[in-house]
Write a protein that binds this ligand. Structure first.
Ligand SMILES: C[S@@+](CC[C@H](N)C(=O)[O-])C[C@H]1O[C@@H](n2cnc3c(N)ncnc32)[C@H](O)[C@@H]1O
Length: 303
């Protein structure tokens, strides 16, 4: 049996002067091996499937129109365990996410960088504007002065952090790809924050180790991890030594496009993030909050 964990029925639309009931059922299926649906469905992103949609004129039965698209895709998810009191949480659909983005205050320089990066290879790697806004807010709430980023790419998240750091603040930006760093540096310059960013070209683990050897342990307030997924545990251990008590380490991609929750997905990266999440859950050195923003971020505060 397919395990249906999401379902939603949609709304009313107007066609000419007539109100037409328009419905769409979406299902999320967690067990593809045993489902009766065709295998090709497994190629659909995030495993959300439009099963059918129908339109019905009031008072006229049997006039169903089958289609596979719908203009409205706002939906909710209900906790499957009744012990959560049938709690309803928002599933961020395209429509809702577009709305959310209209409520993000993205500085013009970040927008410019995002738009330039959008034309480049790997652009899907940069954090979303709402994620960047959250990172910047965490830095501000912490009153952070000393920060680290592991995985800079063209600099979107690092610039968001550098923009809110005080003039005396510093962000150690670790990245192995020199071409991406050229773009990042150009934007640090344009934004007037170059003096706050200490760019370290090379393998991030080497940089973090050398910082520890340099006696910089327990001297940082904030760190953001967004690089090689199979290295997450190693980065985390190093960063936990570098941040002070009360400092924060944020880890990106912890939901990994939903694959972590799909028992049918067992590739190395997914397994690695899954076991990292599990280890973090049992890690008494930090308090944690996993947040479904972007591809999922876990915020860890060092005890
Ligand atoms: C997801 S992207 C970072 C996106 C960035 N945070 C942003 O918002 O634009 C990951 C980056 O990590 C870099 N990276 C991967 N493994 C690395 C390593 N071992 N050391 C340093 N950088 C690494 C990649 O070159 C890539 O640019």
């Amino acid at each position: 049996m397919a395990n249906v964990v999401d379902a939603t029925m949609a709304t009313y639309v107007f066609q000419g002067r007539k109100k037409i009931k328009f419905g769409m059922m979406m299902m999320r299926i967690t067990n593809l091996e045993t489902t009766a649906f065709p295998r090709l469905l497994s190629f659909a992103p995030a495993r959300f499937y439009t099963v059918f949609a129908f339109a019905r004129r009031p008072r006229r039965r049997n006039s169903f129109l089958f289609t596979t698209s719908c203009s409205t895709d706002v939906s909710i998810t209900i906790a499957t365990d009744h012990n959560y009191g049938n709690k309803q949480v928002i599933s961020v659909t395209q429509t809702l996410y577009d709305y959310l983005l209209t409520n993000v205050r993205e500085p013009p320089i970040l927008r410019q960088l995002r738009e330039e990066t959008a034309t480049m290879r790997g652009s899907q790697m940069q954090v979303s504007p709402d994620q960047a806004q959250l990172l910047a807010m965490l830095v501000q709430i912490l009153g952070a002065n000393r920060c680290i980023e592991v995985g800079v790419y063209t600099g979107y998240s690092s610039l968001a952090v550098a923009l809110v750091l005080p003039e005396s603040g510093i962000l150690v930006a670790c990245e192995r790809d020199i071409n991406s760093l050229q773009v990042a540096k150009k934007y640090y310059q344009q934004a007037g924050v170059s003096h706050k960013v200490d760019v370290r070209h090379g393998l991030a683990a080497d940089t973090l180790n050398s910082m520890l050897e340099n006696g910089e342990g327990c001297s940082y307030d904030f760190a953001f991890v967004d690089a090689e997924k199979r290295m997450y545990q190693e980065y985390f251990e190093l960063l936990l030594k570098l941040v002070r008590v009360g400092g924060v380490v944020v880890i990106d991609n912890v939901l990994w496009h939903g694959k972590v929750a799909d028992p049918m997905v067992n590739d190395k990266k997914t397994e690695s993030i899954r076991s990292f999440n599990k280890a973090l859950m049992d890690d008494k050195r930090v308090t944690i909050s996993m947040v479904p923003v972007g591809d999922g971020m876990t915020i860890c505060r060092k005890r």
